[in-house]
Design a protein around this ligand. Structure first.
Ligand code: GDG
Length: 483
């Protein structure tokens, strides 16, 4: 049987140590959920980094960790602390991430970051080559591993390789800025199927291929000598039922069994029945547009004073990439803005912004989703934005209003939401008012349409469709060579 292997920067487990023993904690993220449904069915392996630097452990300890992962079907790519710094924090998060999110001014062009990216990608490719057998399928994920498809194809032209990019692919005028643009593109073209969240990203990618390499492209197929490569859009979904069912459970739980957060939220509404909550959840990342969101909320309170003391913005910002200077600066900026707004409009029993700088357990996340009247998501760039989909899935009575940035991938599936330009403060302020005043019938009409769409195309469907396209391209390739 042909197997399907997954290659991603992180394995779907994190390592925890308890009483001198190591334990594996399964990840609950969207990728882990979607891939589990795929790689178990195809008896493949998952190749990736376990999230810890080898230098922090003894050889025996690391062997023990590898052994535990092996039992779970995972093959470990070990990285040293230095590699984590130059590859992951370096080229991935200080070069590709800002460039692909249109933050040109943040891009670090250090050649040592690039060299490390090549070396580490080679490590991932080598580990994968140890695992693959004749005719197998390999699915490589995301911007950390863009060279891996090319490295695999060079050694094993017989395997079928898929690649999925979770972040935007920028327009050619931005992509061309990168000194190593040809190498990255060449790496991607080692894949037989290249997937993006949206058709726009696919179009940007094809335009870069055409302009940098001049290959023949017909519709979404690239022809290179004897090879046919397919580019396509696969908007990633979520585990819809998991969010929906958890929200139902959360709401129907008796008061004494509710979490502290839930009780606090209920108290907030008790003070005055016309109080409203606006929710925002993201990693603390400059692409997520958190400062502009806060400024727009401040504008809203300034423009519509009747809402002061009645509306609270609950803002969960999950710590992320703290070692990168731009993230440290962003943290200071957000702290300052929250302080300013609360200082200006707060009263003894009212804080305009509830700011949590931490991550929360899944249960609390669902409580926030299901108890907030409005979701306000204003990324200045975002490949997809799964939070938006999770909010929708958690609205069990179909009320709630989504305000979503036009710069996200998810907006393409949310035409019924209130769509805003995240840089237009007064437009966002007006959108908040519109959302808060939207009649219940209209909320339900809009929400139920989005819900149906997201339920139909969930993360399992997404994975299934990618894999069936991968099989299809393998067949097209075989037929083409047989002609
Ligand atoms: C990248 C792309 C693309 C957040 N806070 C907590 C928590 N989360 C979970 C959410 C959601 C996930 O993290 C965030 O996903 P996003 O899609 O919103 O954003 P990125 O992390 O930037 O993801 C993005 C995605 O890849 C998939 O392709 O959509 O565009 O940038 O699932 O629920 N989970 C828990 N506690 C938290 O505090 N448990």
């Amino acid at each position: 049987m042909k197997k399907l292997h997954i290659v991603s920067n992180r394995l779907p487990f994190s390592i925890v140590s308890e009483d001198d023993k190591f334990l594996l904690k399964p990840s609950v993220g969207g990728l882990a959920t979607g891939m589990k449904s795929v790689y178990k069915d195809f008896e493949g392996r998952w190749i990736g980094w376990p999230g810890i630097a080898t230098d922090s452990y003894t050889v025996d300890q690391f062997k023990e960790i590898e052994g535990l992962l092996d039992k779970e079907g995972c093959d470990t790519v070990p990285l040293t602390a230095d590699e984590v710094h130059t590859f992951y924090e370096g080229f991935c998060n200080r070069t590709i991430w800002p460039l692909f999110h249109y933050f040109n001014q943040y891009v670090d062009y250090s050649p040592e970051f690039w060299e490390s990216y090549v070396e580490v990608n080679q490590k991932f490719a080598d580990k994968t080559l140890e695992v693959v057998e004749d005719g197998d399928f390999v699915w490589v994920h995301d911007y950390q591993l863009m060279l891996v498809p090319g490295m695999l194809k060079a050694k094993r032209p017989d395997i079928t390789i898929g690649f999925f990019l979770h972040i935007p692919f920028p327009s050619y005028e931005v992509f061309r800025i990168l000194p190593w643009r040809n190498e990255l593109l060449g790496g991607l073209l080692g894949a037989d199927l290249i997937g993006f969240h949206t058709y726009d990203y696919e179009r940007h990618f094809l335009s870069s291929v055409r302009r940098l390499f001049g290959y023949e492209i017909s519709f979404n197929q690239i022809h290179i000598d004897e090879r046919i490569i397919l580019a396509d859009a696969f908007p990633m979904g979520i585990d819809y039922d998991k969010f929906h069912d958890s929200a139902i459970k959360t709401i129907s739980r008796p008061m004494q069994e509710k979490s502290t957060l839930h009780k606090e939220l209920e108290k907030y509404f008790l003070v005055s029945p016309d109080r409203k909550l606006i929710l925002s959840i993201d990693r603390l990342d400059y692409s997520k547009g958190i400062p502009n969101r806060l400024r727009a909320f401040e504008k809203f309170l300034e423009k519509f004073p009747e809402y002061r003391t009645k509306v609270t913005l609950v803002m969960l910002a999950v710590p992320s990439r703290n070692s990168v200077p731009q993230y440290q600066r962003l943290k200071r900026e957000v702290d300052e803005l929250v302080g300013r707004i609360n200082g200006l409009y707060g009263t003894v029993n009212y804080a305009p912004v509830w700011y949590f700088y931490r991550s929360m357990p899944f249960e609390n996340l669902v409580e926030l989703y299901s108890m907030s009247d409005v979701a306000l998501l204003t990324p200045v760039r975002d490949g997809m934005n799964l939070v938006a989909k999770e909010y929708v899935a958690s609205r069990t009575n179909q009320t709630g209003v989504m305000i979503i940035s036009e710069m996200t991938g998810v907006v393409k599936e949310m035409g019924e939401a209130i769509v805003i330009n995240p840089n237009h403060e007064s437009q966002v302020a007006d959108a908040i008012k519109q959302a808060l005043e939207m009649p219940i019938d209209e909320q339900r009409a809009r929400m139920s349409v989005i819900q149906k769409r997201l339920k139909r195309y969930d993360v399992f469907k997404w994975a299934e469709q990618f894999v069936s396209s991968l099989k299809r391209i393998a067949q097209i390739q075989t037929d083409f060579l047989a002609k």
